[in-house]
Ligand binder design. Structure first.
Ligand code: ATP
Ligand code: MG
Length: 236
């Protein structure tokens, strides 16, 4: 479970103070699918970076599974990030010199997963995103949609419980957008918590719960909590 209480993140740029997050309180249960919506500059990525332990808040409390994140050392936070969280970004963030296979393998190398197990999991992940026929292509030899599918495979290969996707379809055409949204829906239905950041209302409408940010504040929360029951029941 994710519990944010009165989170603030303030940037000081010379004279100007930007309240990127201005008192955000939000609870996300395990296995929820939440879309965070809001205009450019409303604080969405700042919020995702804090949830993903890529950045820390200036004020407020952030707990993951009952553990106050700011009480953890940087090393402990990075372990938590590597074990529990999968990231998908708008710009894919693949390493250009590595093949699809190698990009997906990298987080497993960081985790110290042995070679044979790595191979099995990388192939599984790339098969899942329908890229078993593109293993040895480098990012610049793949389409945008394919690159994002590699990034999805990289996010899921570590078997994270929390998936954070920041505008994952922002650079994709409508066909690839559908592919990625279907993959995300599938990951959610397998029991993962999914936080999807988007400025696109149509994309957000696919999520059972929608939280809207404006100027660093939560201005609406559909609160439509639909927790997957683990029994293969249907999703709305
Ligand atoms: N490192 C930084 N230094 C100063 N200001 C920042 C920094 N990062 C973000 N901001 C400011 O904080 C506010 C929130 O930024 P954030 O990136 O969270 O917005 P966003 O909702 O993700 O926008 P977009 O939809 O354009 O990605 C913006 O006004 C931005 O200019
Ligand atoms: Mg952003």
């Amino acid at each position: 479970m994710i519990e944010l209480h009165d989170i603030r993140k303030i940037y000081q740029l010379g004279e100007e103070e930007v309240r990127a997050l201005d008192g955000v309180s939000l609870t996300i249960q395990d296995r929820e699918y939440v879309a965070v919506i809001g205009a450019s500059g409303s604080g969405k990525s700042t919020l995702m970076n804090i949830i993903g332990c890529l950045d820390t808040a200036d004020e407020g409390s952030y707990m993951i599974d009952g553990q106050e994140v700011s009480d953890l050392t940087e090393k402990e936070q990075s372990i938590l990030r590597n074990r529990k969280i999968g990231f998908i970004f708008q710009q894919f963030n693949l390493l250009p010199k590595l093949t699809a296979y190698e990009n997906v393998e990298l987080p497993l190398i960081y985790q110290g997963v042995p070679g044979a197990e790595r191979k099995k999991r990388v192939l599984e992940a790339l098969e899942k995103v329908s890229l078993a026929n593109r293993l040895h292509h480098r990012p610049n030899q793949l389409s945008g949609g394919q690159q994002q599918r590699v990034a999805v495979a990289r996010a899921l290969v570590t078997r994270p419980t929390l998936i954070l996707a920041d505008e994952p379809t922002g650079n994709l055409d409508s066909h690839s957008t559908n592919d990625i949204m279907n993959l995300l829906r599938e990951l959610h239905s397998q029991g993962n918590t999914l936080v999807l950041i988007t400025h696109d209302n149509e994309i957000a409408a696919q999520a059972p719960r929608r939280v809207r940010l404006l100027d660093g504040k939560v201005v609406s929360d559909s609160g439509n909590v639909l927790v997957y029951d683990g029994k293969g029941g249907g999703q709305a």
